[in-house]
Design a protein around this ligand. Structure first.
Ligand code: ZN
Length: 140
């Protein structure tokens, strides 16, 4: 397989999701252009990353709730190494505080690092990385 233009010599064009029973709903949502986050059916708490039980009340019952995709940069870092398939290097990665009240770690590739600031309004952008549906955040 040929590298993508920014595949950084890894031999792969993108990172395939590492899904499992906890994450399958999330990736299925991305295929539909939706950012889904778990909400506990017992106490109502949102939780991310996905997990089998609620960290607040330990309930195993939950639903997948679509988020607005709106939020602000809570924190960010710049990834330099190792090279990641499908990403230019360096590229920014942010912790986004979604307006619904849960945080989400997301790529911000496509946004110049020097333009990113804590508190900056951002919104989700649904994209494809090769065959894989994905989400990244960009300036709102
Ligand atoms: Zn709960």
């Amino acid at each position: 397989m040929a590298d993508s233009a920014d595949g950084a010599g890894t031999g792969r064009a993108h990172n395939a999701p590492c899904s499992n029973r906890d994450y399958d709903f999330f990736y299925a949502g991305l295929e539909e252009g939706r950012l889904l986050i778990q909400r506990c059916s017992a106490c109502g708490a949102l939780r991310n990353p996905p997990s089998p039980s609620c960290p607040e009340c330990r309930s195993l019952k939950w639903t997948a709730e679509p988020m607005s995709g709106e939020g602000e940069v809570f924190s960010y870092m710049v990834h330099y190494h190792p090279p990641l398939p499908g990403f230019a290097s360096p590229h920014p990665v942010a912790v986004v505080a979604l307006k619904e009240g849960v945080r989400f770690v997301a790529a911000m590739d496509g946004t110049p690092v020097e333009s990113i600031a804590i508190g900056m309004p951002v919104r989700a952008e649904f994209i494809r990385r090769g065959e894989v549906a994905s989400v990244r955040f960009k300036t709102a």
